[in-house]
Design a protein around this ligand. Structure first.
Ligand SMILES: [Zn+2]
Length: 394
């Protein structure tokens, strides 16, 4: 872009001090440093598509608030008599159209937070999560560990109990009616003070101890808010509930030290995104040796300009180093793709062998916070699907 325009945009975004500003910095300074673009697009045969569809999938990186489809958004706005702002698209079609044209992270977040404002009652939260589980079931989802952001609701006057009870009800229904095993992961918003995080962890203590919430995560804009700010929060959560699963968004846009520090200081056993790990060979070896799974979100990375194409993701490097990863949808209602869309996007850029897909999905099972019996069940199911397609996918 012309230099004067660059300066104008820079100072405008700097004045806002929003995640958009940091996303803009990422766009202008880092995207060109990622691995060289692999723009080859491989056709996907009908048999390969069926194979990928049927492969049992686990999802570890989906924000329930990010699954709010325009359809449900307008339904809930009407149910709760909420008048959407004048600048918000006025119909489902216009909404779908607008979501195709996010200009940056802040543009997405503006719509995302307006979307959240229609969630008021326990039933709203239940309907939201149920809608996701039904869609994901069609994509071959067998196990889901879902994120939610209680602070984003509490700060607008919705009690944490309303949020958790609604999501828990939908999770129980998903297990009973769809055969999907589930875990809830509460995320802290890293742009809020850690004191607020400590309060939220204590407010949720009983849910952890009752086994209703299983994990703790860390999300929102990354670079200005490094993991060390939340060391006390993670220690408190572990003290309140020793069996808790710990994860954090790290290395989506920030450098690999955010990943190392999340492992060392927050004691997480999983990393959400972790794209930038490819810059540090020692870190890659560590992730492989300790079986720290990365929860990748390919289509999200393109929408938020971490890479300009799914083919730029260093997938080959992770496979070569033996770094386990799972493939996920992040905020699927906003990023133009649910779980299977992300699998297909990866396949279309990397043309993976069926055996590699088996390994990826088995790693995804092994990185899940489920017991050995459930893991074996899912491994067996992956082997069954592989055997079904082995001979036709030569
Ligand atoms: Zn995320």
């Amino acid at each position: 872009m012309p230099f004067f325009l660059f300066l104008a945009v820079f100072f405008f975004l700097f004045s806002l001090q929003t995640p958009c500003f940091y996303g803009f910095l990422l766009f202008t300074t880092e995207r060109h440093n990622t691995t060289q673009a692999m723009t080859t697009i491989y056709p996907i045969s009908e048999q390969k598509r069926k194979f990928l569809h049927e492969l049992p999938k686990c999802e570890h990186h989906v924000h329930l608030e990010g699954t709010l489809s325009p359809d449900l958004l307008f339904t809930l706005a009407k149910r709760n008599n909420i008048e959407l702002p004048a600048h918000f698209p006025s119909s489902i079609e216009l909404c779908n159209d607008r979501y195709e044209k996010f200009t940056d992270l802040q543009d997405f977040l503006d719509h995302y937070y307006i979307g959240m404002s229609v969630l008021m009652t326990e039933s709203d939260f239940e309907d939201l999560a149920w809608d996701y589980f039904v869609k994901a079931k069609h994509d071959g989802l067998h196990h889901a560990e879902t994120f939610f952001d209680p602070q984003g609701h509490v700060e607008r006057g919705i009690p944490i109990e309303t949020v958790v009870n609604g999501f828990h009800r939908a999770s129980q229904r998903a297990q009973a009616e769809l055969g999907i095993s589930t875990k809830l992961i509460m995320c802290l918003l890293r742009h809020l003070p850690s004191q607020d995080g400590l309060k939220t962890i204590n407010d949720a203590k009983q849910f952890y101890q009752d086994g209703i919430i299983h994990g703790l995560g860390l999300d929102s804009s990354e670079k200005p808010f490094p993991p060390e700010l939340f060391e006390e929060c993670y220690a408190l959560a572990k003290k309140n509930c020793p069996e808790i699963g710990l994860t954090a968004h790290a290395g989506e846009e920030a450098d690999p030290s955010f990943i190392s520090n999340s492992l060392d200081l927050l004691k997480v056993t999983r990393i959400d995104h972790g794209v930038q790990s490819y810059r540090d060979d020692e870190l890659l070896k560590r992730l492989a040796k300790d079986k720290v799974m990365l929860s990748l979100c390919p289509l999200s990375n393109v929408k938020l300009q971490v890479v300009s194409d799914v083919g730029e993701l260093p997938l080959r490097k992770w496979l070569d180093y033996g770094v386990p990863f799972s493939i996920n949808s992040d905020d699927p209602a906003y990023f133009g793709g649910y779980l299977l869309d992300n699998y297909l996007a990866v396949e279309s850029r990397f043309n993976l062998k069926p055996e590699e897909w088996v390994q990826i999905t088995k790693n995804s099972v092994d990185g899940s916070w489920i017991d050995a019996a459930r893991k074996k069940q899912l491994h067996d199911e992956i082997d069954r699907v592989h055997a079904k397609y082995r001979d036709v996918l030569v």
